[in-house]
Design a protein around this ligand. Structure first.
Ligand SMILES: Cc1cc2nc3c(=O)[nH]c(=O)nc-3n(C[C@H](O)[C@H](O)[C@H](O)COP(=O)(O)OP(=O)(O)OC[C@H]3O[C@@H](n4cnc5c(N)ncnc54)[C@H](O)[C@@H]3O)c2cc1C
Ligand code: FES
Length: 367
């Protein structure tokens, strides 16, 4: 009897060696939000945790711009990886993606990375998801993953939008609340827009409103993602309501806010000031392309010393996570403490992250 040949093994996407995504589809979600579906160039499985993000490296206007996007698709469907992008007025990358990227095009990406994930547990848990605007993406990935895997978590998903027309994934979320599911969805809109019969909540999410939507919210694990003011308001009313903030998790789409928060909890050992950066206090750093020269003390990150010397270096997360500040080291040595924003092979090629590298000698950097 002839045996069927085993199907060819599909290998995993390796964030160390793989970096090219092929756009397979572009879908309109709302008037200003699109989903981009990607695969690898060759059949590949993406292993990621729901809530993680990728950082795209895009050649726009003659330079390489980096922006991070949460994976919005289910971690249980590893053949494809989707991001869902809101068009930000005047924003170079979101508009480029909306106006330019089409099926068949390729983009370079780092990741998936990030720690805003619910963690693996098949035992049913009680979650409260609170999202504002495009901050819905990590919570949608979590919800899709739970549903695909049949994980019977009790989830209350509250999504805040400007108007009903701005609600992303509205139909899919409603469909996921069907019989046999323990997902409950509440939409909160600031105004009703052109929707004649709006049955959801109107106004801004508040503690009394949350009490109506999820009277047992104090028993839930809370995951929050949205614009800064939204997250600030949620945090304030949960604290005011006596919520145990040990069970509060948030993701900001603005790395600067995140870095500021981290810095607030850390001793101010590295606060850079122009005065501290004196020639006798550190190593000579030269940016070869622009001809800029500055001094960096051995205990200071290169990006901080550059900024103290009024030299602009593109940064985003400021903690070695997103890859925005990647630069080529031409000569010299550094001590780099990254958190995943650079691959080993890039380090082997002499690339460094300026936000988390300290000099251990004089340096020449291609910048
Ligand atoms: C970890 C992480 C995950 C992210 N995931 C997503 C995602 O899933 N979907 C998504 O659309 N964006 C996401 N972002 C934001 C994204 O990286 C870009 O900042 C955004 O697309 C705007 O880029 P831009 O170049 O068009 O405009 P920029 O020049 O970067 O921004 C212009 C202005 O718009 C503000 N802004 C940035 N993003 C938004 C937004 N989403 N809504 C309203 N105002 C904004 C910025 O603070 C800035 O003031 C994420 C960011 C991070 C750090
Ligand atoms: S700014 Fe994100 S890695 Fe340096």
């Amino acid at each position: 009897m002839q045996q069927d040949a085993a199907p060819p093994a599909v290998r995993d996407w390796d964030p160390e060696t793989d970096d090219t995504l092929v756009c397979r589809a572009v879908r309109d979600e709302t008037h200003d939000v699109k989903t981009f579906v990607f695969s690898a160039r060759h059949p590949c499985l993406f292993r990621f945790k729901p809530g993680q993000f990728i950082t795209l490296e895009l050649p726009i206007g003659g330079e390489t711009i980096h922006r991070s996007y949460t994976v919005s698709s289910s971690a249980a469907r590893p053949h494809r990886l989707s991001i869902t992008v809101k068009r930000v007025p005047g924003g170079p990358v979101s508009n480029w993606l909306h106006d330019t990227l089409k099926p068949g095009d390729t983009v370079r990406a780092v990741g998936p990375l990030g720690e805003f994930t619910p963690g693996g547990s098949e035992a049913p848990r009680k979650f409260l998801f609170l999202s504002g605007g495009s901050g819905i993406t990590p919570l949608m990935s979590m919800t899709r993953t739970f549903d695909d895997l049949g994980e019977d978590h009790d989830v209350v998903f509250v999504h805040a939008a400007r108007t009903p027309a701005d609600i992303v994934f509205r139909r899919e979320l409603d469909a996921l609340t069907g019989p046999g599911r323990r997902l409950r969805v509440a939409h909160v809109c600031e105004g009703v827009g052109s929707e004649a019969h709006w049955a959801g909540f109107t106004g801004r999410l508040s503690l009394p409103m949350l009490g109506l939507i999820a009277p047992d919210f104090m028993e839930r694990e809370v995951y929050v993602c949205g614009p800064g003011p939204f997250m600030k308001a949620v945090r304030a009313f949960l604290e005011e309501g006596g919520f145990d903030m040990g069970r509060y998790h948030q993701e900001s789409f603005n790395f600067e806010e995140l870095s500021a928060e981290l810095a607030a909890g850390e001793p101010p050992v590295e606060a850079a000031s122009a005065q501290e950066v004196t020639p006798s206090a550190g190593f000579r750093i030269e940016f070869a392309k622009t001809g800029k020269i500055f001094t960096c003390p051995p205990d200071m990150a290169l990006a901080d010393a550059a900024s103290a010397a009024d030299i602009r270096v593109p940064t985003s997360c400021s903690r070695g996570l997103c890859g925005t500040c990647k630069s080529k080291l031409i000569s010299g040595t550094v001590e780099m403490n990254h958190t995943g924003g650079i691959r080993k092979r890039e380090i082997d090629q002499g690339l460094i992250l300026l936000c988390c590298s300290r000099p251990t000698s004089d340096l020449v950097i291609e910048r």
